[in-house]
Design a protein around this ligand. Structure first.
Ligand SMILES: [Zn+2]
Length: 290
């Protein structure tokens, strides 16, 4: 993730290369090419939105649609960590080219929701999908619900057999007092510029792409983006404990042990019979077991 400012116009820029995160998501979830390409877009949108957050604050990006892809869920932090999943991991449709390239997967209607953490509160807003294209629908989201003038572009390149050759996205947002007209002018060519830089093949890192897409931008700092999940066995045990004694006893009596697969990263956390009995014990009141 490369961050920058455009001198004299009060615009901030985030440019992310998410190739590795997108490939890791594909591997973890066993995604077919179309699902991998769409989740790559979602992960990129997620890290771009999260780059606007402060400190530890997170964002969730959710897409639901009536096409065979069904939707995606992405959780991203301001530190560059991102995780997510596709509702249909096995989509194999041909995505084609041009403005309607995602329609075969996304269908004709749906909803884009963004949950933002601000301090101790959460703000959620949803917009209907209008373009059936994540970048354009994110622009629509910023126009209608967020109301901070912002433009987003996403692009990805295939390298032979590697469908996720290079995955990148750019977001430009007006700071308070920023030049909104300058942003609008820039917005009309942003997707084209990103597309040329990504498809052209010369630039590979976020900084190189930034220089190619927005040569007038002054680089401020960068940080790594990685697929990372916060799940752990301890968290799984805490979640199980929250089910209560009766429910846990039911698991002991019917299954003896269990395993919880994390929806975000597909990690499988084994919970053994001694784990379950220890949880029941911790919840107090003695064993229910006959
Ligand atoms: Zn996980």
């Amino acid at each position: 993730m490369a961050r920058a400012l455009i001198p004299g116009s009060g615009l901030q820029v985030s440019l992310a290369v998410t190739t590795h995160a997108a490939r890791e998501a594909r591997e973890r979830h066993g995604l077919k090419p179309a699902s991998a390409a769409l989740l790559a877009q979602g992960l990129t949108g997620g890290v771009l939105l999260a780059s606007l957050q402060k400190g530890e604050a997170r964002i969730n990006l959710q897409l639901q649609c009536d096409g065979p892809f069904s939707g995606l869920f992405v959780d991203a932090g301001a530190a560059g960590d991102v995780r997510g999943y596709a509702r249909n991991p096995g989509l194999e449709v041909e995505l084609g080219e041009g403005a309607f390239r995602w329609r075969a997967a996304l269908g004709n209607a749906g909803l884009l929701s963004v949950l933002r953490e601000l301090g101790t509160e959460y703000y959620r807003s949803s917009v209907e999908l209008v373009a059936m294209d994540l970048a354009q629908d994110l622009n629509h989201y910023f126009e209608t619900s967020d109301q901070v003038p912002t433009r987003v572009a996403l692009d990805q390149r295939r390298d032979g057999e590697e469908g996720l050759g290079l995955v990148a996205g750019v977001l430009v947002q007006a700071l308070p007092e920023g030049d909104v007209q300058a942003l609008e002018r820039l917005g009309t060519t942003l997707a084209e510029r990103l597309g040329a830089a990504v498809q052209g093949g010369g630039a590979a890192t976020a900084r190189e792409l930034l220089a190619a897409v927005l040569p007038q931008a002054a680089f401020t700092h960068e940080y790594p983006v990685a697929f990372r999940c916060s799940c752990s066995r301890e968290r799984v045990l805490r979640t199980l404990a929250s089910l209560g004694r009766a429910e846990l006893q039911e698991i002991v009596d019917t299954l003896g042990s269990t395993a919880v697969t994390c929806q975000f990263c597909a990690a499988r956390h084994e919970v053994t019979l001694p784990d379950l009995l220890a949880l029941i014990d911790q919840l107090g009141g003695g064993h229910l077991r006959s």
